[in-house]
Design a protein around this ligand. Sequence first.
Ligand SMILES: Nc1ncnc2c1ncn2[C@@H]1O[C@H](COP(=O)(O)OP(=O)(O)O)[C@@H](O)[C@H]1O
Ligand SMILES: [Mg+2]
Length: 455
Amino acid sequence: MRGFFVCISQLDFVPERTESPNQMKLISIILFSITLFSVILFGMNKGPILTLDLNAADAPDPDRKAPFEYGRELGIDEIVDRQDEVAEVVRTIRDGGKLFLIGPRRYGKSSILKTAVDHLNQKSAIILRIDAEGYPSIDLIVGAIIALAAQQLTGEAKKAGSLIAQFFSRIRPELEYNPLENTWSARLGVDIKRHDHTHLLVEALNSFERLAQAQPERRPVGLIIDEFQKIIELGGQTAEGQIRAAIQTHKRAGYVFAGSKTHMLTAMTTDAARPFYRLGGVRFIGPVPRDDFHRFIKERFKASGFTAKDEAITLLMDLAHDVPYNIQMLAHGCWASLRNSGTRRATLTPEIVAHTLRRLVLQQDPIYTMLWNRLTSIQQRTLIAVIRLQGRNLQSARGMAIVGKAPATIRKSIHAMMDTSLLRDEQTPNSTVVVFEDPFFEKWIEFVILPNLPF
Ligand SMILES: Nc1ncnc2c1ncn2[C@@H]1O[C@H](COP(=O)(O)OP(=O)(O)O)[C@@H](O)[C@H]1O
Ligand SMILES: [Mg+2]
């Protein structure tokens, strides 16, 4: 029906473009026929597909869905590039392998995982995906694994419940089914105060392998733990050895462990003395290739009736330091700026990008102020040194002059801020530099703090 009204409403534009009443009539007939045809062909709700091109495509539509998304994990048809990474996750699970996916926060790890799960689910897979950062203790992670396993067993709820109780019998799960939401929750029947939590996790993983082995051969079965390092933080270094000992014997279930604390995870997986060394593949997630992201941004602006200049897109990606989340956030802000300008066929220029960045960063002022005020004075000065020295030679004489401390203190301060995900290391072709995890926090310091400093 919408198609019909959209077409009819276009007659408003017709007089500007035609001179004779006959032409007017002819166009009305054509438009009406196309509408009728589109309704027949695509159904009542899909009419606008055909009418959009006829409409004044340069007119910004204030109700149109924003073309840039940030802050949620994306899935099939939403992410730029990453085909290789997605394929590797799919392959690992299908083949019962093990994979570590390591990359900075907001680079798109969870989106890669979600996209891979979307693909696997087309083959009626059993995939449990857990974000370990969402749980304050390991026993709750174990409960989540059991509940998700029950969720994935299709069929009658009672049967799924008793199957899970059998597979996980050693930790005596108490399962509860919520028929309204079709969800499960699980508590552990064992006394969690008397058990080593990592041991409970290992029991759950062994049970999961048994469940996997009971599935038809072609059914992919996997466990994906996002922000995996949280488990090691909770369970201590001995957890690494215990988990490895268990899962290295598992052949049927596939495991993918993803994490943002690149420093910690790299050491965990590439140091020959550590248990996870060579347990499975290790893939580092870098930025999305620039050309692909550039094309994506350009096309999305174009589809909204706007033009994005190449130099504006380049600046946008520079300011976002190539972090996909920040690119999408800034692109969204720019799109909103153009839409709110009310100008038809508005063009995105570098000036608009710079202006929008300032607006966005200052909008976050309360959050960034709080973040800044929680830091020690040494940490604040270290961040200033990171900006002034572009993350290089922070323990040099200049670094010491800015921070006012000896190199050992500066190093400690940097590591403390890496642990809290404020800073991270970034490899460049010739060296390692220290960068902000959130490039917009760096901009906030530049806009708000630096202008008031005497040095
Ligand atoms: N491949 C991609 N293409 C487009 N945008 C992406 C891509 N990867 C990440 N993003 C953007 O980054 C945001 C955060 O992605 P997410 O997968 O949650 O990252 P991570 O798990 O690494 O922190 C997404 O909401 C999206 O805006
Ligand atoms: Mg994530």
